[in-house]
Ligand binder design. Structure first.
Ligand SMILES: Nc1ncnc2c1ncn2[C@@H]1O[C@H](COP(=O)(O)OP(=O)(O)O)[C@@H](O)[C@H]1O
Ligand SMILES: Nc1ccn([C@@H]2O[C@H](COP(=O)(O)O)[C@@H](O)[C@H]2O)c(=O)n1
Ligand SMILES: [Mg+2]
Length: 455
């Protein structure tokens, strides 16, 4: 990408929330958790425990059972031959519709199912309102990739088959009015083979596997703690539409695990921090306006694409921000990069002591670089300076690896038009104003000036 002047801007306009239509708005919908596992493994019990512990959030439970297809008279006449454990027993299209409705923030009517009659209760629906967390639970809830892909977190409840069978016998004879012989026959003929063929193969999709279901309080506490952290991030993205957290993947979480580990060597820290920085920079560039452009390919065909925004520059907040310059240069050939040094002046705030910025900065989009957003004081001071230099607030994109909620509140309240692009939002600041869990002094670890480094 060239970083020369004279770019012309696209006709693409931000929507009412200031988003460009090509940017996906991740994390704005309810946090979706999938809970799968064999019959009577304790899925419902685990969900109830999670809901109880998340009492200060709006959580709704949607059971896959509600989407069982009602049996036709013919199927009903041969119910002993019907496989309720096969994926086709469920109306997954309807389940998908309901989940998507909830994701759009709308309430939905969920069907109710009668296990005694093997029928839908045609006149009874359960209204499920919009919530912070939606839990989808069912033996085959991970089976359809279209449903699976919507989940922010996937849990598999793993309970011994004998224990499950014992529970199933008790439940089906007591609650579902079944005869013991029929329960055993159905189990051998359908439930067990379908578990092996359809349920167990979905265990690999789980982020968390809970052995022993509801008895495993440690696992459930950890899951709830994780959901709370994620909801914190989630809430911030809902409050501030200008905060973008890059979509989390195992690769990204793996890189974060490495750079946050105090025992990671300087070499590895730099390597993985650089990879993450590159991702954040690329995501940040995706928020720049663009123009449509047609080119002729070597086959002589027309390819209609886009042309990058050319009026941009980087500004790093010294010293940590300088670690992000290489990634920006690698993405934007010849980009101008200015610098701002903010010196801590006692406990009462920050003092700017150095700035070197492109003279025409007011005409450019600015990518502000600092790997950690903690209190937000340095960032706010740097942003104030950019505004004084004539940079419109809406043309500033602040890129960082980790943001603390306190910093996000400060920056977003003061500068509502600016965008923040980050790779993770952490839990909070501690009493020393350090981000927790955080990753320590980024500059020291990156530039090797930390006395305690392990290498
Ligand atoms: N840890 C447990 N100890 C004893 N009984 C349990 C435990 N977990 C679940 N149960 C019982 O086993 C049956 C099945 O549990 P449930 O949570 O409904 O499983 P699932 O939703 O996976 O089918 C229920 O009757 C429930 O009360
Ligand atoms: N009419 C029906 C419908 C379903 N089943 C069985 O329910 C099981 C799933 O529910 P869990 O709470 O155990 O996850 C599944 O194994 C079906 O065999 C049924 O018996 N009758
Ligand atoms: Mg259940």
């Amino acid at each position: 990408m060239e970083a020369t002047a004279n770019a012309h801007f696209s006709g693409v306009r931000p929507d009412g929330n200031g988003h460009f239509p090509f940017i996906e708005s991740v994390h704005k919908q309810p946090f979706l958790i999938g809970v799968a596992g064999g019959t009577a493994s304790g899925k419902t019990t685990v969900c109830d425990m999670i809901i109880q512990q998340l009492h200060d959030h709006r959580v709704v439970l949607v059971n896959q059972d509600s989407f069982y297809r009602g049996l036709t008279p013919d199927e009903l006449a041969h119910v002993q031959e019907y496989n309720f454990d096969h994926p086709d027993a469920f109306d997954t299209e309807q389940l998908l519709d309901c989940v998507n409705t909830l994701r759009r923030g709308e309430s939905v009517q969920i069907p109710t199912y009668d296990f005694k009659r093997h029928q839908r209760c045609t006149d009874t629906f359960r209204k499920v309102n919009v919530a912070d967390v939606v839990i989808l639970e069912g033996i085959l809830i991970f089976h359809d990739p279209r449903v699976r892909v919507l989940m922010n977190m996937k849990i598999f409840v793993d309970t011994d088959a004998d224990v499950r069978l014992a529970r199933r016998i008790r439940r089906d004879t007591v609650e579902r009015g079944r005869d013991l012989n029929n329960v055993l026959e159905q189990y051998a003929k359908f439930v067990k083979p379908a578990f092996d063929d359809f349920v167990l193969p979905t265990k690999k999709y789980a982020d968390v596997i809970i052995p022993r279901g509801g008895d495993n309080h440690v696992a459930i506490d950890l899951i709830v703690q994780h959901i709370r952290t994620k909801l914190g991030q989630h809430d911030l993205c809902k409050i501030y539409s200008n905060v973008y957290v890059i979509q989390s993947t195992y690769q990204i979480r793996g890189m974060h695990t490495l750079i946050r580990d105090q025992e990671t060597t300087k070499h590895d820290f730099v390597f993985y921090a650089d990879r993450l920085i590159r991702l954040v920079v690329e995501h940040g560039l995706g928020h720049l306006p663009f123009t449509e452009k047609q080119v002729i390919t070597p086959t002589g065909s027309v390819y209609t694409g886009v042309d990058f925004c050319k009026q941009l520059c980087g500004v790093s907040i010294i010293r940590s921000g300088e670690s992000m310059e290489n990634a920006l240069r690698a993405c934007c050939k010849g980009i101008k990069i200015g610098k701002i040094l903010i010196h801590r002046d006692g406990d009462n705030g920050k003092q700017l002591i150095y700035e070197k910025l492109p003279r025409d900065i007011a005409d450019r989009h600015v990518l502000l670089l600092d790997p950690v957003l903690a209190t937000g004081n340095s960032a706010a001071q740097a942003i104030e300076l950019l505004l004084q230099k004539g940079v419109p607030e809406a043309r500033i994109i602040f890129l960082n690896l980790i943001s603390a909620p306190e910093g996000i509140h400060l920056v977003c309240k003061r500068f509502p038009l600016l965008k923040i692009v980050t790779s993770e939002i952490d839990a909070a600041l501690n009493q020393e104003y350090r981000v927790v869990p955080g990753m320590g002094e980024f500059g020291d670890r990156y530039f090797g000036t930390d006395d305690d480094v392990f290498w």
